[in-house]
Design a protein around this ligand. Sequence first.
Ligand code: ADP
Ligand code: MG
Length: 308
Amino acid sequence: MNMKQTHIELPSYLDQSDVVRERFERLKKRPVILNVRGLGKQFDSTQGPVTALRGIDFDVHRREFVCVIGPSGCGKSTLIRILAGLETHTEGEVLLDRKPVSGPGPDRGMVFQGYTLFPWLTVKKNVMFGLEVSGRGGLPEEEALQWIELVGLSKFVNAYPHQLSGGMKQRVAIARALANQPRILLMDEPFGALDAQTRARMQTYLMEIWKNIDVTILFITHDLDEAVFLADRILVLKANPGEVQEVIEVPVPHPRTPDQLLSPEFLATRARLEELIHPPQDEKTGLSEDHLNMVRMVPVDDEVADVY
Ligand code: ADP
Ligand code: MG
């Protein structure tokens, strides 16, 4: 049987419907809360200096959801750590509400991939005392309970982290970060350790939370679908050195729902990300860098892989 490969005709990821275009126009009128200008970071390693980031420029508007995507090692974590004030930069500037960032502060909430809850504190106490950055000596119990309710964990206020699933722990981490009422929530692959179903649920969840509260989100991921599903705009980085390759305005309308994953705009954006992120094929061999040069280890008569 001769199977003809079929290609679906996709629109350009640059095409925006009127609704989407108008939404971006409104977004761009909102005040800019984060300015990143000519940002660079060089690490001194034993093998000499490593340029992790170079010439990074972007702005984030209030209540915008920006995803940063790029291959492993392109400087995503370095970027978010600089924004959080946990790492210094060697060039350029970072302004939050027009003030230079110089160290951590309650105006930035952080959620990382690893579970960063205190295992000896209950859910409620984690939210009340987990992040003492606000300098307020802990959050009033009533306020903590409101944030726990927002992430749907009211039944678990007195549970300890080990009694929760991975998704629930990240929900507590989100509640804890939001409880300080940050201007911007910085998330570094927060769902990276979760299984696919939980991850998808957490994405829908985060969209729901973001819709209902006044917070701006910068979200790092290396998952293409996650970036398209969540973002207003996607900052695509490349590695060695970490530089901005393209900033994509996601043409998928809001509200976002999981059934949009197969919509033409979604697939077109995903295809563009694929093009930017995955290494192009070698012209001579036709193989990508991902191809393994493996020695055949199956019996000669068992050529299953050759049967189409
Ligand atoms: P990503 O999060 O995109 O995978 P990172 O920001 O962790 O990338 O790292 C970017 C680059 O900077 C990598 O080449 C990494 O090896 C280097 N790097 C990160 N942290 C340090 C450090 N503390 N010292 C030296 N090099 C580092
Ligand atoms: Mg990282």
